[in-house]
Design a protein. Structure first.
Length: 168
């Protein structure tokens, strides 16, 4: 599996895979499928071109099969931290190390950019995702009850972090 930064040429494939992930796992994302479906390809291109957002893709045989994003804080007092967002690996590509490679790439790049702390949320009960983050060094610092509501059901979010220190 090849991991690389996503660019504007990847916008259509990235949008298609995001829509699929939101449809398959509505409880895993805070944005709904319906909200994302209303966004245009130009909105996706703006996301990819954002100064504070970086996105990476996992490719197998040239096909995008996973993605992850890093959303850096823009406020001066918080620029030392960023949030891991939108992690997904397609089921037909899972179990091949793509998820771990995406997270490790994100962490390496974050540290190189001087980010000292990366936070994320994972839906409580999502054991494989939580275990992946723990293997990569993330630790829980609390559970937010009823963090999202999907189809009349509430889901808690597990807040996790990793300290990277400063880039050398």
């Amino acid at each position: 599996m090849q991991i690389r930064r996503l660019d504007l040429d990847d916008a259509a494939d990235y949008r298609t895979l995001r829509l699929r992930s939101f449809m398959e796992h509505p409880e895993a994302f805070t944005t709904s499928y319906e909200e994302l479906a209303r966004q245009s390809l130009e909105d996706t291109q703006r996301r990819l071109a954002s100064a504070h957002m970086k996105l990476w893709g996992a490719f197998e045989d040239g096909r995008l099969c996973g993605y992850v994003g890093l959303d850096r804080e823009t406020r001066q007092k918080c620029r030392h931290k960023a949030t891991l967002v939108g992690m997904y690996v397609a089921r037909e590509c899972s179990g091949r190390g793509g998820g771990g490679a995406l997270v490790e790439t994100l962490l390496r790049e974050a540290q190189a950019d001087g980010i000292e702390l990366v936070v994320l949320t994972v839906t409580d009960g999502e054991g494989p995702a939580r275990r992946l983050y723990e293997r990569c060094g993330f630790r829980s610092f609390g559970i937010e009850p009823r963090a999202i509501q999907v189809g009349g059901h509430y889901y808690a979010k597990n807040h996790m972090y990793i300290e990277l220190g400063t880039a050398s």
